[in-house]
Design a protein around this ligand. Structure first.
Ligand code: MG
Length: 170
């Protein structure tokens, strides 16, 4: 069994990862409605990755015989007044998730739970990548999204993203 506080935070993280998947599906729907199928593809792949993150936390808890409680998911909330506002919500959300992962990390360190710290190292790195990707999305949209030709090419590029399973195996 793991430390009680660490276990509680891990359980909460499952919900946050599934919520992330839900949020990115909402983004994908926003772009599908706008006819930007490349953007929609990018966020659909992002949603699949978030589902994988949730499954990794579930697997880790199962491996350590920590009971799991699946809580209700909140309705996703984001500013969808423009394409750029949606994209910016992605970075804001990833920063929130990074803070959440750091919270578990610090609790695990305080409990001398080196196993959880080591597992979370992957997520710390992953969050760095998520924030970089989200920042890149904003920069690209700001640079190229304001005219039809730029938006067309950007949509085409984002349409090439393919889903890949996570590199962390538990
Ligand atoms: Mg995630």
């Amino acid at each position: 069994m793991l430390d009680a506080k660490v276990s509680k935070l891990l359980n909460e993280q499952i919900n946050k990862e599934f919520y992330s998947a839900y949020l990115y599906l909402m983004f994908a729907n926003h772009f599908t409605d706008a006819g930007l199928i490349g953007f929609a593809n990018w966020y659909t792949v992002q949603a699949q990755e978030e589902r994988d993150h949730a499954m990794l936390f579930i697997k880790y808890m199962q491996n350590n015989e920590v009971p799991i409680t699946l809580e209700a998911l909140d309705k996703p909330v984001a500013d969808t007044t423009s394409h750029l506002s949606v994209i910016k919500e992605g970075l804001k959300h990833e920063q929130f998730v990074t803070a959440s992962i750091y919270g578990i990390y610090e609790a695990a360190q305080a409990a001398h739970d080196h196993r959880t710290v080591q597992m979370l190292d992957w997520f710390v790195k992953e969050q760095g990548e998520e924030e970089t990707n989200a920042t890149e999305q904003i920069r690209k949209y700001e640079l190229f999204g304001h005219d039809a030709q730029g938006l067309y090419l950007l949509d085409k590029e984002l349409g090439t993203r393919v889903y890949a399973p996570p590199s962390l195996v538990l």
